[in-house]
Design a protein around this ligand. Structure first.
Ligand SMILES: Cc1ncc(COP(=O)(O)O)c(C=O)c1O
Length: 420
C-alpha cells in the first residue's frame, strides 16, 4: 500500500508538452539560441507587470547579475536574513560585498523592518528581501524603510514565483526581483533564472553585462534537461512508489543517509568550485518558461489548497508547528514543519515507514557557516529557526487531497493524537 500510495519529498513540476519542446529544440538546433528567449522575456514581464526582464542560467547567476547591475560601492554591506539559502550571501561575498545577517520571524521565516533596521549602518548598500518557502515578507514596509535611508532592495523570489501582495507580484516592489527556475522550485524550466526591474539604468547595465556573458554549452544544457525530465518521471507518485521509495526504505532499514543533497559548508564549497559567473538563459529554458506561464497560477493555487488541508489538521499537534501564513497569498513552494530538533528525524523516519518521504532543508543559519562566522559573533546568539528543526513536506497539486489527509493522519498518529 505504502509502496503504491507513497509521497515523494519533492515533485518536479514540468508542464504538459515539456518533452515535446525539449525534443523539438534539440532536433531543430535551438537549444542555446532561438526565438523563445525574447518572447519569454516579454511574456514574463507582462505577467509580472514590470517593463524589464532578463534571463540567466540559474537563480544564483541571476542574483549575481542583479548585484553587478546595481553597482554598489566596493565593500558595501548587504543585509540578508540569517536563515536562507547560503549560496546567495556567498555570491555577495565573492563580489567583494559584506553580508550582514538580521533575524527572521520564527513563525514566517521572513525578516521585516524590525529585524532589518537595527542592522543598517552608513555602509549599507542593499537589503535582500527574501520571500522564504513561498510566503512573502512584509515587502511594502521593507521597501518603505529602505527608501527613507537611500538603500536598494533586491527581492529573492526563488521560492515565490507568482506570489502577489495586494494584487502586485513580488519581485516588482524593490529595485530588482530575482527568480529561480531550478527543478526544485514551483516553475522549473530545466534550470534557469531571471531578474525583473522597472529601473531603466539597472536594465541598461544588465543588458550590457549579459551581452558579454557566455551561454552554457549545448551538451550541458541538453544533458541537464534530460536528467530533470527523468526526475520529473521518477517523482510522479506512482513511479516514486516503485523506484526511489523502496530504496529509501532499504536505506532506512540499514541506517544509511536518506539521499540528502549537500547543504551548509559542503554546498558552499561545491558552489565555489563551479567558478560562479553570470551566464545566460537558453532558448530551451525560455521555451519551457513559456509553457509554465500558462499553468503557474493554477499550480500555485493547487499547492495552496493542499497546504490548507494539512494546516487545518495540524493545529494542536505537540512538538510540530505548521507554517503560519500572515502575508499575501502564500504559495508553499515548500511546506516547512517546525519540529523539536531532538524529534525531527524520528518523525521523518516514522513518515517514511508510512509511505511519506520528507526533506531536510537546504536553508541554513548562515552565521554558523565558515565564510560568515565573523558576521555571526556576539549579538547573533539566537533562538530563531535552524536547519535542525525543519522538515519539508511536498504539497504540490500532483499529490491528491486524500494523500494530504493521509499525511496529516500520520503526523497526528506519530504525536499520539487521534487521526483526525
Ligand atoms: C532562497 C533561495 N534563493 C536563491 C536560490 C538560488 O536558485 P538556483 O538554485 O536556481 O541558483 C535558491 C535555491 O535553492 C533559494 O532557495
Amino acid at each position: 500500500m505504502a509502496l503504491i500510495g507513497s509521497v515523494p519529498r519533492r515533485c518536479v513540476n514540468l508542464p504538459p508538452g515539456s518533452l515535446r519542446t525539449l525534443a523539438s529544440c534539440v532536433i531543430g538546433g535551438r537549444v542555446q539560441d532561438g526565438p523563445a528567449l525574447e518572447e519569454f522575456r516579454k511574456k514574463l514581464g507582462e505577467w509580472l507587470g514590470i517593463p524589464h526582464v532578463f534571463g540567466a542560467s540559474a537563480g544564483r547567476s541571476a542574483f549575481q547579475l542583479a548585484l553587478e547591475a546595481l553597482g554598489l560601492q566596493d565593500g558595501a554591506e548587504i543585509i540578508f536574513p540569517i536563515f536562507t539559502f547560503p549560496v546567495i550571501p556567498m555570491v555577495a561575498k565573492m563580489l567583494g560585498y559584506e553580508p550582514v545577517f538580521c533575524e527572521v520571524d520564527p513563525e514566517t521565516f521572513n525578516s521585516g523592518p524590525e529585524h532589518i533596521a537595527p542592522k543598517i549602518t552608513a555602509k549599507t548598500g542593499a537589503i535582500l528581501a527574501t520571500h522564504l518557502f513561498g510566503q512573502p515578507c512584509p515587502i511594502g514596509e521593507v521597501v518603505a524603510l529602505a527608501r527613507t535611508r537611500g538603500i536598494r532592495v533586491v527581492e529573492d523570489c526563488a521560492h515565490a514565483c507568482g506570489v502577489r501582495v495586494g494584487g502586485k507580484q513580488v519581485g516588482t516592489f524593490g529595485d530588482i526581483g530575482v527568480f529561480s527556475f531550478a527543478e526544485g522550485k514551483n516553475m522549473p524550466c530545466f534550470g534557469g533564472g531571471a531578474i525583473a526591474t522597472a529601473d531603466d539604468d539597472i536594465a541598461r547595465r544588465a543588458r550590457d553585462i549579459l551581452a558579454k556573458a557566455p551561454i552554457p554549452a549545448k551538451d550541458t544544457l541538453t544533458k541537464k534537461a534530460f536528467s530533470i525530465w527523468m526526475k520529473w518521471l521518477l517523482t510522479r507518485p506512482f513511479m516514486f512508489g516503485v523506484t526511489a521509495y523502496p530504496v529509501l526504505r532499504l536505506k532506512l532499514l540499514l541506517g544509511q543517509q536518506l539521499m540528502d543533497s549537500a547543504v551548509g559548508n559542503e554546498l558552499l564549497g561545491q558552489f565555489m568550485d563551479t567558478n560562479p559567473r553570470v551566464s545566460r538563459l537558453s532558448n530551451l529554458q525560455a521555451a519551457i518558461g513559456l509553457l509554465q506561464l500558462k499553468h503557474i497560477d493554477a499550480f500555485n493555487e493547487g499547492a495552496r489548497h493542499n497546504a490548507r488541508v494539512l494546516t487545518e489538521r495540524l493545529g494542536e499537534v505537540p512538538n510540530v508547528k505548521a507554517p503560519r501564513s500572515l502575508e499575501g497569498d502564500h504559495i508553499y513552494v515548500y511546506y516547512p514543519l517546525t519540529v523539536d530538533p531532538a524529534k525531527r528525524d524520528d518523525l521523518r523516519h516514522y513518515l517514511l515507514r508510512y509511505g511519506i518521504d520528507s526533506k531536510t532543508t537546504d536553508m541554513a543559519d548562515c552565521t554558523t557557516l565558515s565564510p560568515f562566522l565573523k558576521a555571526g559573533d556576539k549579538e547573533n546568539k539566537r533562538n530563531g529557526p535552524s536547519e535542525a528543526s525543519i522538515l519539508e513536506i511536498c504539497v504540490y497539486p500532483v499529490i491528491s487531497e486524500n494523500k494530504m489527509l493521509r499525511i496529516a493522519r500520520a503526523i497526528r498518529a506519530w504525536a499520539g493524537l487521534p487521526k483526525s
